[in-house]
Design a protein around this ligand. Structure first.
Ligand SMILES: Nc1ncnc2c1ncn2[C@@H]1O[C@H](COP(=O)(O)OP(=O)(O)OP(=O)(O)O)[C@@H](O)[C@H]1O
Length: 247
């Protein structure tokens, strides 16, 4: 479904992503892991058009989308959440989701216009799916950290994606919030058939949910394999897991 070939990006001569490769099949859950600064977020930025690559290609569903703008990437079915949560703080949970759906349809949200009454059914469905029912009237700024991150995933669903990219979805969450978020990711994969790529530092979560794992070190793909193979990969252990089998 997605092929990343030799993708590269430098910032002021520093190679943040260095000929990275990634292959993602339809319906897979792929974890991208690597130490701080390995280039995971930059890789996601390159795939989603937030940053333009210096070299390499991004092929999605057989089409070359290298360097496409974020809205074009989104229109093709790739949605994402960010490491730092991106919400409309003064809007309610319901309104935030509505905005994301209206944005997909190229309409703008206005509290006093008929648009606010639109897409209610789809908003309700996303609310329910994300487990945010009962919190629809809460202003985003007042949500717990976990709910804010889940709302961001719900907003990504507003783009009606086939492919979801999540940047550290459970970071900073309390254990119960993290478990809820993991359940949500599994549900999105199983029930909606979404293909999901995420990066995460919590190895328990990574090994518990991923079908396959891509390991990045200093901008480069050092391994891409199933969980068991990654766990046993000596190069991964030395480069990332500190030489011992922490995984
Ligand atoms: N816009 C930018 N300008 C300059 N340097 C950047 C920029 N974006 C990323 N970098 C640098 O590129 C490297 C890779 O950063 P990136 O955020 O992609 O790593 P990461 O693997 O996501 O790290 P973390 O796990 O800490 O989030 C870092 O050294 C970072 O400082």
């Amino acid at each position: 479904m997605l092929i990343v070939e030799e993708l590269s990006k430098s910032f002021d001569g520093f190679r943040a992503v260095n000929k990275a490769n990634l292959e993602v099949g339809q319906g897979e859950i792929i974890a991208v892991i690597g130490p701080n600064g390995a280039g995971k977020t930059t890789l996601f930025n390159l795939i989603t058009g937030v940053v333009k690559p210096d070299g390499g290609r991004v092929i999605f569903k057989g089409e070359d989308i290298t360097g496409a703008l974020p809205h074009e990437v989104c229109r093709r079915g790739i949605s994402r959440s960010f490491q730092v949560v991106n919400l409309f703080q003064k809007l309610t949970v319901f309104e935030n989701i509505q905005v994301s759906i209206l944005a997909r349809e190229k309409r703008t949200w206005n509290l006093f216009a008929s648009s606010s009454k639109l897409v209610r059914q789809e908003t309700e469905e996303i609310l329910k799916r994300a487990g945010l029912k009962g919190k629809e009237g809460v202003v985003a700024a007042l949500l717990s950290h976990g709910d804010r991150k889940v709302l961001e995933i719900a907003m990504a669903l507003g783009g009606n994606p086939h492919f979801l990219i999540l940047d550290e979805p459970t970071a900073g969450m309390a254990q119960d919030e993290g478990e809820r978020c993991i359940d949500l990711i599994r549900t999105l994969s199983r029930e909606m058939g979404l293909t999901i790529v995420f990066c995460e530092h919590d190895m328990e979560m990574v090994f518990g949910i991923a079908d396959r794992i891509m390991v990045m070190v200093r901008g480069t793909t050092v391994a891409q394999d199933c969980c068991d193979a990654i766990r046993c990969n000596r190069m991964v252990q030395e480069a990332y897991l500190g030489g011992s089998n922490h995984a």
